[in-house]
Write a protein that binds this ligand. Structure first.
Ligand code: MTE
Ligand code: MO
Length: 251
């Protein structure tokens, strides 16, 4: 089940393929006053897309992929457990899916590769001011949550990572709208090769409607929770707790 859905597909009949940076342009009064009827219509379509949490992030072609996709943040976790898994090419590694689920899961990389997959070419935007387009393949998170039989009490999904930054564990969280978004995947493959350690091996989150720091690398455990308050600093993520970054980092 490899599905590549592009924004173009979504917009067939809508007439607009120009989606980037429109807000900035349209806020200038001179420009706003000269918009034609057609442009106004496409602008409202864009606005709808930008506010609709179900909307897809733009997808790109292989020709548009960045020749270099840099690594950022942790690039080689030094926790003993992680080093042991890495030394053995992650053969003994397991992803645990637990918390508010009726059927907790413990999945190997082979299990994850045997599940239905999604491949998407998307743009990663880091708050530090760089972007890169890469191709990601992995398992839709929603599929795992369904298999785990998520409780109706669950409100957030937390990603616990193998690394620490500034001596504190890296973690991230998203709500259920993003968790079940079709482009939210747990990627084990990047640019058609197994995820490298620099980019988060063996498994990382791709939550394409949000900024780079939400894309948790080195995911070891996925926990369904009712509240984020009891977890680490309580704000839902490493950067949210330690640097006042927004929890919802919509692009
Ligand atoms: N576990 C973990 N995940 C992380 C980070 C990190 O330091 N540790 N850095 C984040 C930031 S700020 C960015 S921009 C991206 C970088 O991903 P890349 O190294 O694949 O470019 O990972 C995000 N996920
Ligand atoms: Mo980032």
């Amino acid at each position: 089940m490899t599905a590549i859905v592009t924004r173009r597909t979504l917009l067939i009949g809508g007439g607009s393929l120009l989606l980037a940076g429109c807000d900035r342009i349209s806020s200038a009064p001179a420009v706003r006053n000269t918009l034609s009827l057609g442009e106004k219509a496409s602008r409202s379509a864009q606005r709808w897309l930008m506010t609709d949490r179900q909307a897809l992030a733009p997808e790109f072609t292989r020709a548009e992929m960045s020749p270099i996709f840099r690594v950022n943040g942790s690039t080689r976790p030094d926790a003993a457990e992680y080093v042991r898994y890495a030394t053995n090419s992650f053969a003994d590694w397991r992803l645990s899916v637990d918390g508010l689920v009726a059927n907790p899961l413990s999945l190997s990389l082979a299990d994850l590769r045997a599940a239905p997959q999604r491949t998407q070419i998307t743009r990663h935007d880091c708050v530090e001011g760089w972007s890169a387009i890469g191709e990601w393949t992995g398992v839709p998170l929603g599929l795992l949550l369904r298999r785990a039989n998520l409780s109706s009490r669950a409100r957030y999904i937390v990603f616990h990572c193998a690394d620490t930054l500034l001596g504190k564990p890296y973690y991230e969280s998203i709500d259920l709208v993003d968790a079940f978004h079709p482009q939210t995947i747990l990627a084990h493959t990047m640019n058609r090769a197994p995820l490298s350690i620099g980019h988060g091996a063996p498994l990382r989150l791709r939550v394409e409607r949000q900024l780079g720091y939400k894309q948790a690398k080195y995911v070891m455990r996925i926990e369904a929770v009712e509240s984020l308050n009891p977890i680490h600093g309580g704000k839902g993520g490493f950067w949210e707790d330690n640097h006042d970054y927004q929890w919802y980092a919509g692009i």
